[in-house]
Design a protein around this ligand. Structure first.
Ligand code: GLU
Length: 461
């Protein structure tokens, strides 16, 4: 995919190669004494590009983790950050572990030990390398990592900025958990504002009434499906999980499915009427928007030609293989690429990092001042509306809505919305503006690689 994009650019071959390669990958094997014996774990932290520092990217816990995967995902982080103008290079980490095999106390020991190995090599550091959650990790693990860093660097006043995705009470930011799903929603809103793009997908109208199939109801898939159905009028007609799928034109209640899964470990038993044993088949059902939000490579050469959705949004990293991408592109399916579609996570991570470095919550200085200025206006309007001759009245609810100053969550959402709109417009300008570009992924690569190239050039490379 990278090669396809650079072929359309005018980069010197040296610079092209410099951008393509992964700068460094650190592999660590460490032992932890658990259940009476020593268990050895293998972990990675890969740094793809340091054209900006710190470098940024999640740490995943999964049995599928390997060096190739971590390096590919680190590269994706470079382009993702460039596209949404988060001032970071790209990195990624992984630990080869199935978190379900271990209890909380054991996971804490393993995480702290892994973090220690990375911290002592500055592969976790507020100014050099800032991890975040990814598949199999979340707020809890990030809190352990931050605490571990602060135990080692006891006098670093910016210690909290060594990792993002922390819980709110441990230096996190409001709206980080929902951020990637929220970003998927904003990305789709941006797409449906682009009438030319919508036409290219052979679609029409807005998000309202669109039939959606989501694969994976983890953090990203859950929030995306919830917001799309609750706020944009979409109907979630399919949910695919590890143990099968739920499918029905009448639509599914996302919150009910999610709480069933957290209680029973899967969708089995939720509703016999909707249950489909072979979940993967539901990817091929007729729908308007397909949201792969779990694993890599789920849309591949085996199923690509049977995918009916005219629009796919890659909420996960790499859910469509390069081969499938070509098949779908040739058929006119529009794919909103991962690099853009799931960049909401790292965008809000950026806000969290800034919050940690500034040591103050967003909105703390302005909120009440904003409210008191609004109060002035309301007082004046109320005075005027008492004047019988003018005959003015305030609409119900206006006063309350107008008076409320923005807190951290509103500011985070507004920053994310702006980021997603600006990035969409930069991709769409290339997609619609160049005859040699016929898909959003190539457009996204062109915008991102161009930004990385200019920062290398500015460094004199
Ligand atoms: N793991 C997420 C991603 O793949 C978030 C990375 C971050 O916040 O640094 O984009």
């Amino acid at each position: 995919m990278f090669n396809r994009a650079v072929a359309l650019m005018d980069l010197s071959p040296g610079l092209e190669e410099k951008i393509r390669v992964c700068n460094a990958t650190y592999t660590v094997r460490f032992g932890v004494r658990l259940r009476g014996q020593i268990h050895t774990f293998t972990g990675y932290r890969s740094v793809h590009s340091e054209h900006m520092e710190p470098v940024k990217g999640g740490i995943r816990y999964s049995m599928g983790v390997n060096q190739d995967e971590v390096e590919a995902l680190a590269a994706l982080m470079t382009y993702k950050c460039a596209l949404v103008e988060a001032p970071f290079g790209g990195s990624k980490g992984g630990l080869c572990i199935d978190p379900r095999d271990w209890d909380e106390h054991e996971l804490e020991q393993i995480t702290r030990r892994f973090a220690y190995e990375l911290i002592k090599r500055d592969l976790i550091n507020p100014s050099q390398n800032v991890p975040a959650p990814d598949m199999g990790t979340g707020e809890r693990e990030m809190a352990w990592i931050a605490d571990q860093y602060k135990r080692i660097h006891t006098t670093d006043i910016n210690g909290n900025a060594c990792v993002t995705g922390k819980p709110l009470n441990a230096g996190g930011i409001a709206g980080r958990v929902e951020a990637t799903g929220r970003g998927v929603q904003y990305a789709l809103r941006a797409f449906f504002r682009d009438t030319e793009g919508v036409k290219k997908a052979g679609m029409s109208g807005t998000l309202d009434g669109k039939r959606v199939i989501v694969q994976g109801l983890g953090n990203v898939g859950y929030h995306a499906a919830k917001f799309l159905s609750e706020e944009d009028g979409c109907k979630i007609i399919g949910i695919i999980e590890r143990d099968g799928a739920l499918f029905g034109e009448d639509g599914l209640d996302v919150d009910k499915v999610r709480s069933w899964i957290s209680k029973h470990g899967g969708i089995s038993g939720f509703s016999d009427r909707h249950h489909v044993k072979d979940g993967a088949l539901v990817l091929e059902e007729d729908c308007d928007i397909l949201v792969p939000a779990a694993l890599e490579g789920v849309i591949n050469l085996q199923n690509a030609d049977r995918i009916k959705a005219p629009l796919i949004i890659e909420a996960a990293n790499g859910p469509v293989t390069a081969g499938a991408d070509q098949v779908l592109r040739e058929r006119g399916t529009v794919i909103i690429p991962d690099m853009y579609a799931n960049a909401g996570g790292v965008t809000v991570s950026y806000f969290e990092w800034v919050k940690n470095l500034s040591h103050i919550r967003f909105g703390r200085m302005q909120r009440r001042q904003e409210e008191s200025r609004h109060q002035l206006l309301i007082d004046e309007l109320e005075r005027l509306s008492k004047d019988k001759e003018l005959g003015w009245t305030l609409s119900p609810g206006f006063k309350e809505r107008y008076l409320r100053g923005a807190g951290e969550l509103e500011l985070v959402r507004s920053g994310l919305d702006d980021t997603m709109r600006v990035a969409y417009d930069s991709m769409a300008a290339v997609w619609h503006g160049r005859d040699d570009v016929d898909d959003l992924r190539t457009a996204a690569y062109l915008v991102a690689i161009d930004k990385v190239a200019s920062s290398y050039r500015a460094k004199g490379l």
